[in-house]
Ligand binder design. Structure first.
Ligand code: 5AD
Length: 454
């Protein structure tokens, strides 16, 4: 999501006549987009800013510097007090104001700007793309469909940095997707904090959404009973020339039968799901305010695999949440063994300001968080490696994104289940759907042979 927000700001600036600098050392303006989800991310952004302003000062360079995004939102002016060289602090609902504020700072009408106010309709402002930014982005693009989160998980700072859930309309999103496809995009990933809650709060406008939807596409007879998110998937699916649809992130509670059926019904919807688990212990899930149980989660995975046996299933897990005992942690391990995730992102619990979990008793010592992280990582990696090896000898369809960053002689693409595949390709493959035979695996990569195509 931050990558997408940064891209939209960069595109906005390019449209105003700015150009992308080769590095921060030669830039007139440096904006750091920030994440607040863990303390480590905030520290990283602050250190980076200290380096940037320190270097600019020692080289006597004039440079406008600013923070934007979640840390800007939650810390506001405090960031300027901490780092007096910072000129701009731009909140999460203000990305579209970046160009206007930079003009004011550059022409000297204002010296410092902090804007972290809420702004109605800001959810519809993340829409400009920089498709020529890199080869990859011309094939695959992210489209922001909503902002904010109403789930209020007790560990999470996002509801306070991103605000309440607000969704764009289906026609607005479809128009953006159509434009991307007309510019050569083949794959779209719909983005939001909890995409499965898309459109749920726009109740008053619900009838409007349904009629817009009917106008925007050939509506299927049962679609109006589906959740607004599935209605959106149907509408995007209608776009000619679009080959693949993905979304991230859903919430487990959003996997109703309508969404599971959508996988079986919509050929462009890729068999891949990033479904955040967070913990395998019912007691901890409850304390996290996640709204599902271990059994419910397992039921979702079963339903998905029944609909699409090839489904790639990825997850997020937090270890060391306050009160997590060895027994709770072992339930997370056992759930991972049961589900056999294709991969999992594991996070050590990090207390965040103004979140209920930060005040809970039973904070887990850092050494135990580290130890659990390591044990879970070993298990997840072992399962992931086995799943990678199972691809050897199989034929897969990939969408070719472009040359590999590490080795330009190799091309890279993704399977429908979202695994990266490298092969000996050339420019003519870019943007193509092609079948490959998987020959071998590397760390989180598959190596394919296009010979069957030639
Ligand atoms: N500590 C550790 N991990 C966190 N996440 C969110 N908040 C925290 C926190 N306070 C993780 C969750 C989420 C992912 C994006 O970040 O696993 O799914």
């Amino acid at each position: 999501m931050n990558e997408r927000d940064s891209e939209a700001v960069a595109a906005q600036l390019v449209a105003k006549g700015y150009s992308l600098a080769k590095s921060e050392a030669t830039a007139d303006v440096v904006l750091l987009n920030t994440c607040s989800v863990r303390d480590f991310a905030e520290q990283k952004a602050i250190n980076k800013m200290q380096n940037i302003v320190g270097t600019a000062r020692s080289e006597k360079r004039d440079q406008i510097v600013g923070f934007m995004g979640c840390m800007a939102q939650s810390r506001g002016k405090e960031l300027m007090d901490k780092l007096p060289d910072v000129d701009l602090v731009l909140g999460t609902q203000k990305f579209h104001r970046a160009a206007e504020y930079l003009d004011e700072l550059l022409n000297g009408t204002r010296k410092k700007i902090v804007d972290v106010e809420a702004e109605a309709k800001s959810e519809a402002t993340i829409r400009e793309h920089l498709l020529n930014g890199s080869a990859k982005t011309s094939v695959s693009a992210f489209v922001s469909i909503m902002q904010g989160c109403n789930q209020h998980c007790t560990f999470c700072i996002v509801p306070s940095t991103r605000g309440e859930e607000r969704s764009r309309t289906i026609p607005d999103i479809v128009a953006e997707c159509r434009e991307l496809v007309s510019r050569g995009v083949k794959e779209i990933t719909l983005l939001g904090q909890i995409v499965t809650s898309y459109g749920r709060h726009e109740r008053r406008d619900e009838r409007q959404v349904a009629s817009d939807m009917a106008a925007a596409s050939r509506i299927t007879h049962h679609a109006s009973q589906n959740s607004p998110f599935v209605q959106l998937l149907d509408a995007v699916h209608e776009i000619d020339g679009l080959e693949r649809i993905r979304f991230t992130s859903p919430h487990p509670k959003g996997y109703g039968d309508d969404l599971v059926e959508a996988y079986a019904r919509l050929p462009k919807l890729c068999e891949s799901a990033h479904i955040p688990l967070q913990s395998g212990s019912d007691r901890i899930l409850k304390a996290m305010h996640r709204g599902y149980t271990r059994e419910k989660f397992l039921g979702i995975i079963q339903k998905l695999r029944r609909a699409k046996p090839e489904m790639g299933i990825y997850t997020d897990i937090i270890v060391g949440f306050p009160g997590e005992t060895e027994d709770d942690f072992e339930q997370t391990l056992s759930l991972c063994r049961e589900v056999q995730f294709d991969n999992a992102y594991i996070f050590k619990y990090s207390p965040r300001r103004d979140t209920p979990a930060a005040e809970m008793p039973g904070q887990v010592p850092q050494a135990i968080r580290e130890e659990r992280n390591e044990r879970l990582l070993n298990l997840v990696n072992e399962i992931a490696a086995r799943k990678y090896d199972a691809f050897i000898g199989r034929q897969v369809e990939i969408l070719v994104e472009g040359p590999s960053k590490k080795n330009a002689a190799r091309y890279t693409g993704r399977t429908r289940c979202n695994r990266i595949v490298l092969f000996d390709g050339s420019a003519r493959h870019q943007g193509q759907l092609m079948d490959l035979k998987i020959e071998r695996t590397g760390s989180f990569t598959l190596y394919g042979d296009p010979a069957i195509l030639e």
